[in-house]
Design a protein. Structure first.
Length: 202
């Protein structure tokens, strides 16, 4: 490689690195705003938080949907590794308690990110597929911990998924003002009753 080629390569590599850093800073800004409760920030708010010009945001992302897609990828990167953990060996009751504890921790940690995802699923066409993708991750997690539910009628399986959802956690924690241990107990009790009704052994 000639000196000129080396110099050109270094310049290109430097530009790529700066571009990656700027893109990451924009995503950090979006995530920071959402974490603070600004669930659907505007591009101006993101640019201001990131310390970049408004046009810079759209040099790195085609539109706001692309920006929120980047946030979804971050959320997926947080949720998936934890939801793919193997359950403890033991009876159904122990596995259910472990599942509820795992999910409650995630729902607390990612509360506003998940709220933002739900809002986007209602207001943007591209949000619905992302929301369904999250539902698929939850479903796989549920079957990993409680494979017994596959023998239940589809309606009962759906009811259990709702009982263990982020929305149920939100309703119990914020709507009914329950502390986390009380929320977990309510979730475990609801699913246990459902399984008992179907003659499952807890």
């Amino acid at each position: 490689m000639t000196v000129r080629n080396e110099t050109e390569y270094e310049l290109m590599d430097g530009r790529r690195n700066r571009s990656r850093r700027t893109r990451a800073r924009i995503l950090d800004a979006l995530q920071g705003l959402v974490d603070e409760g600004v669930l659907v920030p505007t591009s101006e708010e993101v640019a201001r938080r990131a310390g970049v010009g408004h046009r810079t945001v759209f040099r790195h992302f085609d539109d706001m949907e692309g920006l929120f897609e980047g946030l979804h990828e971050r959320l997926d990167g947080i949720l998936r590794p934890l939801l793919e953990t193997e359950p403890p060996s033991g009876p159904v009751g122990e596995r259910l308690a472990a599942l509820v504890e795992l999910r409650a921790g995630l729902f607390e940690r990612c509360r506003n990110l998940l709220r933002s995802e739900r809002l986007r699923s209602l207001s943007a066409d591209s949000g619905a597929p992302r929301f369904r993708a999250l539902a698929d991750i939850y479903r796989e997690n549920l079957l990993r911990y409680l494979p017994e539910i596959e023998s239940l009628p589809p309606a009962d399986q759906s009811a259990i998924e709702v009982m263990l959802s982020a929305e149920a956690f939100e309703l119990l924690a914020r709507g009914q003002q329950l502390a986390r241990p009380e929320v977990e107990a309510a979730m475990v009790r609801g699913v246990t009753r459902m399984l008992e009704r179907e003659h499952q052994t807890i």
